[in-house]
Write a protein that binds this ligand. Structure first.
Ligand code: SAM
Length: 282
């Protein structure tokens, strides 16, 4: 145990299945059965999992969800520092990742309590590795923002994002989000819609945003993976000539700038300004 960690207790973050109970690891089972205290996002769902999997937790079970995290985290850390073996488990997947856990891990780290994990299922990583997109660098973005303005801004930002991005989205809002994404990124950008991962009706759709608009009735739990834009081939100033050529050939300057910016991953605003600058200089 590292020197700065106090007490003999430990907090274990346990990843739980996202659709297939067989994904509960042997280490996770042992942690659950050996814990003195189990903080579960939803105690009924936790007990249902135990009953399906023939587990007999002996420790005290407390409910631990987002709204009570701040109030309960300190007490869990107190118990760990007094020697308790505590487990944190969310409804499905990896704790902390859009699930409770950040507050208690932060508090444990601050106070020198020992924290470990039984790693396992995480919808974001599962969707990423199935997408076929580059995974050497990626960004996890959590849930797509519900507010239209925020959502559009977020998607605009992806125009020049070279890394693969992963989002969670509810099936109900998926159609609207895909529409906004297509507006921001154009019909050619590729995405992967990963639904019902690890479940019987798992489906991994790899399509362009243009094709995605035609998909109807996608149901269940969904993770979205967006391919990054191609690496920048230059700066906005490098495309002034091309924008001018397209304008001479009949395109509206704004449309020409938008198309080049989307393709080359440069800022449309910057390119437009560069064209204006070069016109002023002539
Ligand atoms: N902590 C969890 C994890 O590690 O994946 C994520 C919890 S977040 C509250 C739940 C969201 O994850 C769902 O709304 C959905 O977007 C995504 N998700 C969870 N299970 C999934 C599955 N089996 N297939 C696809 N997406 C899933």
């Amino acid at each position: 145990m590292p020197k700065e960690e106090k007490g003999g207790g430990i907090l274990t973050l346990v990843a739980s299945p996202i659709g297939n109970d067989l994904d509960l690891s042997p280490r996770a089972r042992a942690a659950i059965e050996g814990a003195d205290l189990i903080a579960a996002e939803d105690t009924r769902r936790f007990l249902a999992l135990c009953s399906r999997e023939g587990l007999s937790p002996k420790g005290r079970i407390v409910s631990y969800y987002d709204q009570v995290e701040k109030g309960k985290a300190g007490k869990i850390v107190d118990e760990v520092l007094s020697g308790a073996r505590a487990v944190l488990i969310s409804d499905a997947g990896t704790p902390v990742i859009n699930d409770p856990g950040y507050v208690v891990v932060n508090e444990a780290a601050r106070r020198g309590a020992r924290v470990t994990s039984c790693p396992g299922p995480c919808a974001a990583v599962t969707a990423l590795i199935l997408s076929g997109f580059r995974a050497d660098r990626f960004c996890y973005e959590g849930f797509v923002p519900r507010k239209e303005g925020e959502r559009k801004r977020e998607f605009e930002r992806l125009r020049s994002e070279e890394r693969t991005s992963i989002f969670y989205e509810s099936a109900r809002r998926l159609e609207g989000s895909l529409r906004d994404m297509e507006q921001a990124l154009g019909p050619e950008r590729r995405i992967c819609i990963a639904r019902e991962l690890t479940k019987e009706h798992e489906e991994v759709l790899r399509v362009t945003l243009g094709e995605a608009l035609g998909l109807k009735g996608i149901m269940g739990e969904v993770a979205l993976v967006v391919e990054g834009c191609p690496p920048k081939k230059g700066e906005a100033a490098d495309f002034v000539e091309e924008a001018e050529r397209m304008a001479r050939e009949g395109a509206r300057l704004k449309d020409a700038v938008k198309e080049i910016a989307r393709r080359e991953g440069v800022s449309p605003h910057e390119l437009y300004e560069k064209v204006q600058e070069s016109r002023r200089g002539k």
